[in-house]
Design a protein around this ligand. Sequence first.
Ligand SMILES: *Cc1c(COP(=O)(O)O)cnc(C)c1O
Length: 379
Amino acid sequence: MKYTIMTPGPTDVKENVMFSRAEKCTNPDLDLEFYDFYKETCDKIGKLLHTKNRVRILSGEGILGLEAACASLTENNDRVLVIDNGIYGEGFKDFVNMYGGNPILFKGNRGKAIDINELKLFLDKDSNFKYATVVHCDTPSGVLNNIEEICKLLKSKGILTVVDTVSAMIGEEVKIDEWGIDIALGGSQKAISAPPGLSIVTISDDAINVMKNRKQPIAGFYCNLLIWENYYENKWFPYTMPISDIKGLATAIDNILDEGIENVISRHSNIGNAVRKTIIDAGLELNIIESDNSNTVTVVKIPEGICCNKLLKILREKYNVFIAGSFGYLENKVLRIGHMGESARVDKVAYTLLSLEMTLKEVGFQCKVDLSKTFLSYL
Ligand SMILES: *Cc1c(COP(=O)(O)O)cnc(C)c1O
């Protein structure tokens, strides 16, 4: 693999994670030790996220968790608050619709984080919602929402909270129990730095009780979060577990525990901060106001007259660097440098910035400073 992977997911994967995935397989349904291994891995994830809630690792890329949360909570005509200041934020309305619910959108400004006072005013008028969805880092734009404030406010109104923290978890702090997150959603391929294929879901007692007290049964099996109840006691998984994926994930989690979650989070904030400052010094523009940008991805406006695909192609073919464009309303307008998980390492980011500077120069944009040098000076 010749590429430096600097996309906002999938991220770079460490060698020991790859080796774990290559280990001999057992039969995960029959091997009782595998139930312990699965449970211990879930417990470690719970520790990283500061929660005593149930933790589940589902076999399916991050989107499965988003759909499973909506499938398991939504009944016909349920009113669901969809907090929308980005593409993933808005996207929850489709899952709510699919399962018969009635999504009501709270629309924020797409250039900054959700304004807590505006949300409070909105909820003072109407707080009759079964649950609310919110995205921690809305990856296409790079905005980071303050899920602590948002979830505490929602819980004070008796609303269940569903948080998509797929692209923030591990790179940004998440305190599930203290902040009142009923369902938190993550994926293996972002800051955790395992390959894509697994969703991580944490579920509170409140959320489980709502699921158990439904009038209509949950539509679907794969997305039904209740089928996991007592899997450990009964030694029964709803379907055969992807054992190699889970072994890889467990090693990636151990890597994080070995480094220490506080160190991992401060590594992300140091790098995120230095990249943002460098981009500004270069005479480029951030897509989101600096204070509201996630530490896991920097989204940069493409200077007038420059073709996004051409930039990405030069970076790929000449420098072996993968960064991303974006989609939806941001298509062809921004570049996204993912610095999450194992991609958030000084050497990789410095090389990426150097490559970006050379590429921009080739297409006619001269940066005002030496990007890699400036980046290093901010660390
Ligand atoms: C990556 C991501 C997901 C998972 O979906 P993909 O198919 O990998 O895009 C979900 N939510 C957010 C915010 C993400 O960044």
